[in-house]
Design a protein around this ligand. Structure first.
Ligand code: NAD
Length: 312
């Protein structure tokens, strides 16, 4: 695909991280930040991370080749000129996001896509007053974006489907999986999942069930290790022969009671289980269960070796 220009507004940790991802994938990156210190340190910070990526064999080109694709500007309009995607990475405050979006919109043509990296502010809260809200949305990365290779695409109800498709294409051609998050839920999905775990973890520590460090042993050596390879629904699919339906038949009641203890009366209805099972069976067909379990175990063996190397 032809090289495109990506403008990044805000050169802090997430702005620099996006620059590394996009420039490593061959795109041209223009960085802007109102703070002179941030502008002056940006290429050094990016270069240091690129060198580390190179030493871990995670960079196809040379550090200089990638760094040469990144240009830092002290003028917003020039940085934005000709950009296909503008990725806003300013402070997490709705008034500031509104102001930055207003300013960006005054400088660009109708074609440019304007995305925010916001962790939790709904896109409609700062895009509704725009002239062209159909080209605005949130693309929420993990931190750092060049290593946590999944981005949540969070449109407002006014974002166009063509913009969603184009963003998906840009992220995927940069090596990042794109997931679509509908309806602007508070915290999107990444942080909602994180929040669910943290809420339960805090409750367990509060109730004297376990210490914080021992809880993290379960996360690192147990759940996180398995989830890293097959996900939460994937783990349920492979834990019980017969997949999701069999897992719910065996464990559903117990999970329901755990929810009740936390005031959550929210059973997994047959319709809901059917929806999850039929989607997951496309990835883990029930008649391929033994082979999928074997593949999981071999992946766990490789991960176990790596974790040993890392002293985990
Ligand atoms: N840090 C994370 O873990 C993480 C993860 C995902 C998303 N995010 C989101 O990404 C965004 C940036 O976060 P960060 O961690 O990089 O913050 P940061 O503090 O490291 O960087 C913010 C940058 O914005 C610049 N800035 C200030 N005012 C500005 C303005 N008016 N216009 C443009 N830039 C301005 C600052 O000079 C600074 O360089 C936030 O919305 C944050 O919620 C953060």
């Amino acid at each position: 695909m032809a090289q495109i220009k990506i403008a990044i507004v805000g050169a802090g940790s997430i702005g620099a991280g996006w620059a590394i991802l996009f420039a490593s994938a061959g795109e041209r990156v223009a960085l802007y930040d109102p703070e002179i210190a941030q502008r002056e340190s940006a290429k050094k910070r990016i270069g240091e991370r690129l060198s580390l990526l190179k030493s871990h064999e995670l960079l196809a080109d040379t550090v200089d080749q990638v760094l040469n694709r990144v240009e830092v500007f002290d003028d917003l309009a020039t940085a934005l000129s000709g950009a296909t995607l503008i990725q806003e990475c300013g402070p997490e405050r709705v008034d500031i996001k509104r102001e930055i979006f207003r300013e960006i919109e005054s400088h660009v043509d109708r074609e440019a896509i304007i995305a925010s990296s916001s962790s939790a502010i709904k896109p409609s809260e700062f895009t509704n007053e725009m002239k062209f809200p159909e080209r605005a949305l949130v693309i929420h990365p993990g931190n750092p974006p060049y290593l946590i290779l999944v981005g949540e695409i969070v449109p407002s109800s006014r974002t166009s489907e063509a913009v969603i498709d184009r963003v998906r294409q840009i992220l995927e051609s940069s090596g990042m999986s794109a997931v679509l998050v509908r309806n602007e839920p508070q915290g999107f999905v990444f942080n909602r999942l994180q929040g669910a775990i943290l809420r339960e973890a805090y409750s367990l520590v509060r109730d004297g069930v376990i210490s914080a460090r021992e809880l993290d042993e379960i996360m690192i050596k147990g759940l996180g290790k398995r989830w890293a390879l097959i996900g939460a629904f994937g783990a349920s699919s492979l834990n019980v022969k017969g997949g999701i339906r069999a897992h719910v038949a065996r464990m559903g009641e117990s999970y329901y009671k755990m929810g009740l203890e936390r005031g959550q009366d929210d059973p997994w209805t047959p319709d809901l289980v059917e929806k999850v099972a039929s989607d997951m069976e496309k990835k883990f067909p029930v008649d391929n269960w033994e082979a999928d379990v074997l593949a999981r175990d071999e992946a766990l063996m490789k991960l176990t070796r790596l974790m040993k190397e890392l002293g985990r």
